[in-house]
Design a protein around this ligand. Structure first.
Ligand code: FMN
Length: 166
């Protein structure tokens, strides 16, 4: 690893609530979507990212067949519109890279590409997935976030590389 996961954590955590790109490749298909929920830390002695992806996302369909994903973090304000497009359109309906004017760039360690326009990148190998247990979610949260049975699936990705490209 060229860098350790915590080196850029402050940049990552400052941007996360505004959105970062989660990009997945499964076979010939690639897609990116905006996410704003997730964790960065340590699990099983490894640097780990955990993403929360709803069943209904096309990204979820690809993740089921993928070995890895990347998280690309905007490091300036030029990608606001792209984050909006990636966070409202579905890859099921068309090529979001084209729609959002985003360029795929080969990753260093994994198959899923990174987004060239972003300054900070995490390459994550999927080591574990877990679905949420609706009965264990506090009722107020369940009512607010899950009026439909469309809960989040947690994708635990070992961070196998992290680097800046800006
Ligand atoms: C700022 C922002 C943050 C989002 N965060 C998440 C998230 O953490 N998990 C999730 O499942 N969807 C999240 N979404 C919604 C997806 O990005 C959106 O439904 C997207 O259109 C799904 O694309 P897909 O069908 O191509 O996978 C977010 C959207 C925005 C605008």
């Amino acid at each position: 690893m060229t860098d350790t996961y915590h080196t850029h954590a402050e940049t990552f955590l400052a941007q996360l609530p505004k959105g970062v790109f989660m990009t997945v490749q499964a076979g010939e298909k690639t897609n990116t979507m905006t996410i704003a929920w997730g964790h960065i830390g340590i699990l099983w002695g490894k640097p780990m990212f955990i993403a929360y992806v709803r069943y209904s996302r096309y990204t979820y369909a690809l993740l089921q067949k993928a070995e890895d994903y990347t998280i690309s973090v905007p490091t300036d304000d030029t990608l606001k519109e792209a984050l909006k497009i990636a966070g409202t359109k579905s890859g099921r309906d068309g090529d979001k890279f084209l729609a959002a004017n985003l360029t795929r760039s080969p990753s260093k360690q994994v198959k899923s590409p990174v987004i060239a326009e972003c300054g900070l990148h995490y390459e994550c190998r999927i080591v574990y997935t877990q679905t949420q247990e609706p009965a264990l979610i506090p009722e107020a949260i369940r009512t607010r976030y899950y009026p439909e049975p469309d809960t989040h699936i947690m994708f635990f990705g070992e961070i196998v590389d992290v680097y800046r490209l800006d």
